[in-house]
Design a protein around this ligand. Sequence first.
Ligand code: ADP
Length: 495
Amino acid sequence: MDPDTNNLLPEDIFRIVFEKSPGSILVKADIPRFTILAASDNYLEVTSSTREGIVGKGFFEAFPDDETIEHDETAARKIFTRVIETCQKVDVPTYKYDIYNQATGKRERHFWSCTNIPVMDEQNRIAYILNTVTDITEEVKAKEEAIESESRLRMATEATGLATWELHIATGAFVYTPRLAEIFGYSAEAKPTLEEIRSHITDEDMDQIVRPSYRNALLTGEHAYEVRIQWDDGSAHWIQTQGVVEFDAAKQPIRMIGTVLDITESKRDEIRKNDFIAMASHELKTPLTSLKAYIQLLAQKLKKNNDPFIINALGRANNQVNKMASLIYGFLDLSRLESGRLQVRLQTFDINKLVADTISEANLVNYNHKIIFKPQAYTPVNADLDRLGHVVSNLLSNAMKYSPNGSTITVAIHTIDDHVQVSVTDTGIGIKPRDQEKIFQRFYRVENEHIRTVSGFGIGLYLASEIIQRHKGKIWVESRENEGATFYFSLPLAS
Ligand code: ADP
C-alpha cells in the first residue's frame, strides 16, 4: 500500500477518489433544496465553479440559471425529482446550459449529457443522487456543421439538377437522392430498385459501356460514361454518370459513389449538329463527284493540247477537288462514327503497297517536303483499305502542315512480334506532353501561334484513332516541342 495513504481514514480515501472522478457531484435527496455534498475537480473545471462556491449550497443556489431557463424535460429539478420518485437512473443525452467563462468574462454556449444515479441508505430509501455530466459541446458543434454542409451540398446539387447515389459493395445496398428517380422517368417519391433503374439501359449498352466502366473503376478508382436510357413511356433520354470508388486499408472496394446528370438536351443538340454535318457533306459529295468527272474528261480531251498552262491548271484543279473530297469524306465518317454507323470492311492486303500509294497521292499536292519511305518485305494486314489509307494520308498531311517547308518526312514500316508498326516522322513544331493525349480527341487543336495560321478542324486524329481502334490496333505519338513528332500506329498482322 502507498505509505501516504496508510494513515487515511476510509472516508478520506473515498473523498479523494470522488474528487478525481470525471464531472460528478453528489446531491442530497432533500427536495426542494438538493444540497450539494461533494464535487469532483473535473466538475468544478467544466462548470467554471469553485468547491467553496458550491459545496454545502442548494443546487439552485449554486446554479441559479438552471431554475430560470426553460428547458422542459431536461431541467435539473424535474430530473432530480424523477430519480427520487422512481428510484431509477435517469439519463439526459443532450441539453444546453451556458457557462460563464471567468477568463473571457463572457457566457459560452455549451451542450452536455448527464446521468443521474440514485444512491440508497441502509433502509433502502433514496439518500443521494450522483450526477455525472460530460461536456459534449464539440461533438454537437461538429454534428451541426456536418448537417449544415450536407444541406448546402444538397441545395447545390439540386440546383444543378444532379442526382447522387451510393452503392455498398458488400451488401449491395443502393441509396440515392429523389432526383435520380426523376432522371429515370419516375416521380421523385418513387423508390425504384437498382434492377429497375438498370432495366432502362439496353443489354448491349450494359455489356459494352456500363459493366466495363465499373470493372475498370474497381482497378482505377474512377468511373464515367454516357448512355442512352428509355423511360417507361418509350421516350429516349441521355444520362451522364461519374464517380469514385472508396477502398479500405487492404485495397478492397467498400462503396461506389456517383452523380447522374440528364444530358438529353445537349445530346439532342449534338445529334442535330451531327445530322446537319452528315446531310451537308452528303449534299456536297454529289456535285464534287461530277466536278471531278468533268475535270478528268477535260484532261482527256486536252491531252493533245500542248499548252502547259492548261495542263498545269487542270492538274491543280484535280488536286484541289481531291483535297475537298477527302475533307468531306472525313466529315461523313465523323457523323457515321457518332451515330454508331461506321463500319469497317476488312480485306487482306500488303501494307507496304498501301503506304507507297498514299505517299504517291500525297506527292501530287506536295511541293515543299521530301518524303522518304522505308518499306519492308510483304506484310499482310486484314483491314479496311480505304479507311487505313485515310489514316496514313492524314498523318502525312499533318506532318506537312506542322513542319517547315524544305524539311524531310520519314515513313517507316516495321514488324514487331505479331504486329506491324507504321511511323511518320517530321522535324516540325512538335507537341507539348500535356497536349499529346488530347490531340486524339474530337475537335481538339493545340492553342499556339503556329497552329492559328494552319487550317484544320481537329477531326483527323480523332477519326484515325477510332479507325485504328476498330482494327484492334493502337495509335500514339512521341514528340518534343520544337523538335518534331513521330506518329505511330500498329495493327495485328493477318494470319
Ligand atoms: P487538324 O490538323 O485538322 O487540326 P488533327 O486531328 O489532324 O486536326 O490534329 C489535331 C491537332 O494535333 C492539330 O491541330 C495540331 O495541333 C496537332 N498535331 C497533329 N499532327 C501534328 C504534328 N505532326 N506536329 C505537331 N502538331 C500536330
